[in-house]
Write a protein that binds this ligand. Sequence first.
Ligand SMILES: *Cc1c(COP(=O)(O)O)cnc(C)c1O
Length: 350
Amino acid sequence: MPVSWEPIDLRSDTVTKPTDEMREAMARAEVGDDVYGEDPTVNRLQEMAAAVLEKEAALFVPTGTMANQLAVKLHTRPGQEVILDERSHMYNLEMAAMAVISGALAHPLKPVDESLDWAAIESGIRPHSTHHAQTGLIVLENSQNLAGGTLISLDRTNEICRRAHDIGVPVHLDGARIFNAAIGLGVTAAEIARPFDSVMFCISKGLGAPVGSLLLGPRMLIDRAIPLRRMFGGAMRQSGILAAAGVVALEKMRSRLAKDHANAKLLAEGLAAIPGAEIDPERVQTNILVFDISTPGLDAEDVIAQMRTHRVLANSIGRRRIRLVTHKDVSRQDCLNAVETIRGILTTHI
Ligand SMILES: *Cc1c(COP(=O)(O)O)cnc(C)c1O
């Protein structure tokens, strides 16, 4: 099929295909039965991930959702609450898993500005009483997916963790895109991860690996996570074939994420100049952007359907907002072309 017929797929960075180097590494990966702890490639990925994030231990799991839900199970007891941002992945996109699997009650909060801060979280912590569910866990997400890839500053995450620990509440980081956050904040991923009791990140997003995520934390926590992963159905066998791509992802794919951020900025600047598309390019901090089409009053799904006929793919967030995600399989030129497509659609409608 000619290259020009490939769609410009801005639906998510999950659509990225493994690189040739990943496929070669997968083909020649040394493997063993990971349920016996005998897959050298899985062990290598877990050790690398722990070293990169400066955590004691890491566990390879099939999905980010499983890593997040393991964290809920590990940190809470049934009947406890989990405080999180009302826009978070764990609240919106994980099939109510914490209620079903852990008997945990999600307590979603609306942030005052870009993200939850300690003041917002503190107001959500219930008093000790015989009436209130008690807070078992706080979850932060960085970068914040549905908020448009926005960042939470290191000062803010550090303060939230310190204050939470003062009252004995653990904090989990949904760091699906922690390496995008690190580049956006100009810090290391380890610095972001430092105060958290557990951290999840995905190799299957912008890093380009086909499958997998890691859950990280103290050795004792990860030791408890291993039988739970089995219970969740996530204990795999010769999963070194998958982990091999993750090793390449961690070694080779982190620094190039900056290009995706530059492309997202370019897209945002192009969209900001289109009448009917509302976006502030200054607020585009990583590889995700959300633009609003409220003014022309168009339906996001209609615009997306038209974009699709021009082979530009996107997802909606609600009725009036469209999300675009840049990644290694869309070029700068693809982004410029996508802007022209959207300009054509929006200007014929207003
Ligand atoms: C993608 C993502 C996850 C996990 O997704 P899976 O599809 O289960 O791997 C979790 N949190 C955020 C913020 C994400 O973007």
